[in-house]
Design a protein around this ligand. Sequence first.
Ligand code: HEM
Length: 510
Amino acid sequence: MEISSIYIALAWLVALTIISKVIKNKFPKRKLPPGPWPWPVIGNLNLVGSNPHESLHYLSQKYGDLMLLKFGSKPVLIVSSPEMAKEFLKTHDAIFASRPPLAAGKFTSFNFSDMTWAPYGRFWRQARKLYLSEIFNPKRLDSFKHIRVEETQALISRLHALSRSNPVYLRDHLPQFTLSTVSRIAMGRKYYSDESNLNESSPVTFEKLKWMLDDWFMLGGVINLGDWVPFLSWFDPQGYVKRMKPLGKSFIEFYKYVLEDHKAKAKETCVPKDMIDVILQLADDPNLEVKFTSDQIVGLIHGMQTGGIDTSASAVEWAFQELLRKPKIIEKANEELDRAIGKERWIQEEDFTRLPYIEAIIKETFRLHPLCALLPPHYSIEDCCVAGYDIPKGTSVYVNAWSIGRNPKYWDKPEEFIPERFLENDIDIKGQNFTLLPFGSGRRRCPGYSLGIKLVRTTMANLLHGFNWKLAQDMKPEDICMEEVYGLTTHLKKPISMIMEPRLPLHLYN
Ligand code: HEM
């Protein structure tokens, strides 16, 4: 071989070594979490079924409790164990406290202006502080206690009128109760008409408002292809964005009416009467770090309206669906109620320290049927290393609360509804214990926890206290369907009809 060829070969070798070093330095090999191999264009979207929490639960059994998928071309992490949930919601909480910029946040939450969809930043931090210190503080919540008592009593009276003869679907009554309670607390009055025709003081009917709220939760949870495969957003192949846009506009129109009404009344008195008054007063505070835009004021009201209605009503519906499959649990609950409360009065919020079994039923319901089966997506704002894996900035993270609640490593007989398991331990539901996350945890934890849990506890306990419950139409407990419909909150597919019989003296029902 000629000497010049040897020099050329050596020069090539040196050049290649230098190039590969430069590439390695510039693009170091990242250690990514395990996951299925993604297809071009769609990534792993073909593996996500109509109940994503279930399909992701089964996939995680193959790939592990921290699993990397691609939705289209975008990285998505699925978290399915308490240890991993703690990594994202506590240890690295600040990095993962944002939300991905999805169409639902843009079109149904006024360009990411409500708390649920707002990115982690100055607006969200200020809004959160305001919610916790001014709106959901114990003193303010106490000042609205009379509303909760009146509305619970109204629900009981309505159900009593139907009891004995007519089968009842709780779904026909619970949302009316929560909507009415939360509307009065947040807005001072209902702002919707119960009848089908509108009147001057109600810009919307109950049916329309309920439909708007249901659609908001449904559209907030959908896997919208345009979010993940950007060129598809032009075509909106599933038609979701087509539904989101008018929904967002209907909410804006509704809140515009409510705000105008409040501003007109504020001229007469400067004492805040409801939560909107509080928000409007605070929005005028010259010392605010961020001046709220009109969309953000609407978003703050929207957070209260959406947060409290569907969640609390669905939690109670799930609980009764489980209870009617196991009448023995109802008997045990009634024994506790008769012993601790007696048969001459209804249950008050203060009674709950004396009702551990009812509390255990609620916790068990949240374990098997967390309203947010997948917590709303979190989103990383920086590169980060978690459990030895490199997680790039811009990764969406779904914590599978449904899967964590069914993990046999933490729960004995996980598929069975056994409230007793909570009598033996002190597992909390406020986000300190990562085996049970019905309200999330960390910076994005539900700010309405105190109101939500009060509504669930008193409704559940009073409905059990006030009525004997039976299945209607010769239905057997084993026939009750527990299938789910997925959304930002997960609902029962087939609610059951029940016969209710009063179990307290009649004068208490009116
Ligand atoms: C049983 C009742 C309730 C349940 C189970 C529940 C559950 C949740 C969950 C799981 C989250 C997401 C946490 C996360 O992203 O990690 C959340 C967020 C939120 N909840 Fe609730 N919630 C309830 C009641 C309420 C009430 C009564 C309100 C207000 C009136 C409310 C307002 C909100 C808001 C505004 C957020 C968004 C927080 C943020 O992203 O920063 N919730 N809730």
